[in-house]
Design a protein around this ligand. Structure first.
Ligand SMILES: Cc1cc2nc3c(=O)[nH]c(=O)nc-3n(C[C@H](O)[C@H](O)[C@H](O)COP(=O)(O)O)c2cc1C
Length: 167
């Protein structure tokens, strides 16, 4: 099974976490690519995806992902397994906490993809989030602004959780 990780990162936090996830998953990943440099063809013939993003500007998806949005409908997600991780700031942006996770999860689901790797809400405090479905986040939530010391453990646990879906 070929699995690729695509991420978009404005100030480098998501990129840093993408690299940690890649290190944790090791040979499971065929490629790690910045969505800024990616095209639809990069998604061709791939069986599984890990998508990383941040939420910016009060509830908007990270800008490189937004630029890719016109093309994303041409990605063959149908029947593919997709895990999402999202960066956000639960203190300063509590009303839009990791909204980007929900935006990407909805898109992938609408294109026939199967989203795996939902994440419990324990340990986070926020007011509203579009990243939630049925009481869980639709992907791993990382907060490098307020809980950077927890990211390594969260990444480790989440990678162990998603690994079986990609093997
Ligand atoms: C102008 C600005 C707006 C932001 N808006 C949100 C937001 O609406 N929701 C959220 O959860 N985080 C928000 N954040 C926090 C970022 O998602 C967070 O800092 C993240 O780690 C950035 O990751 P990146 O460097 O990979 O883009 C915002 C940050 C900035 C600077």
């Amino acid at each position: 099974m070929e699995v690729k990780l695509f991420y978009g990162s404005s100030t480098g936090n998501t990129e840093k976490c993408a690299k940690k996830i890649a290190a944790e998953l090791g040979s499971l990943l065929a490629e790690v690519k910045d969505i800024k440099k990616a095209s639809v063809e990069d998604f061709d013939f791939v069986d599984g995806f890990i998508l990383g993003l941040s939420t910016v500007d009060e509830g908007l998806l990270q800008e490189d992902w937004r630029r890719f949005w016109d093309e994303i409908d041409d990605v063959e997600f149908d029947g593919k397994t997709v895990a999402i991780f999202g960066l956000g700031d639960q203190v300063k942006y509590a009303k839009w906490f990791v909204d980007g996770i929900g935006i990407v999860a909805d898109k992938v689901t609408s294109l026939g993809g199967k989203v795996v790797g939902e994440w419990p809400t324990e340990g986070y405090t926020w007011e509203a989030s579009k990243g939630l479905r049925g009481g869980k986040f639709m992907g791993l939530v990382l907060d490098e602004d307020n809980q950077a010391d927890q990211s390594d453990a969260r990444i480790k646990a989440w990678c162990a959780q998603i690994r079986p879906y990609f093997s």
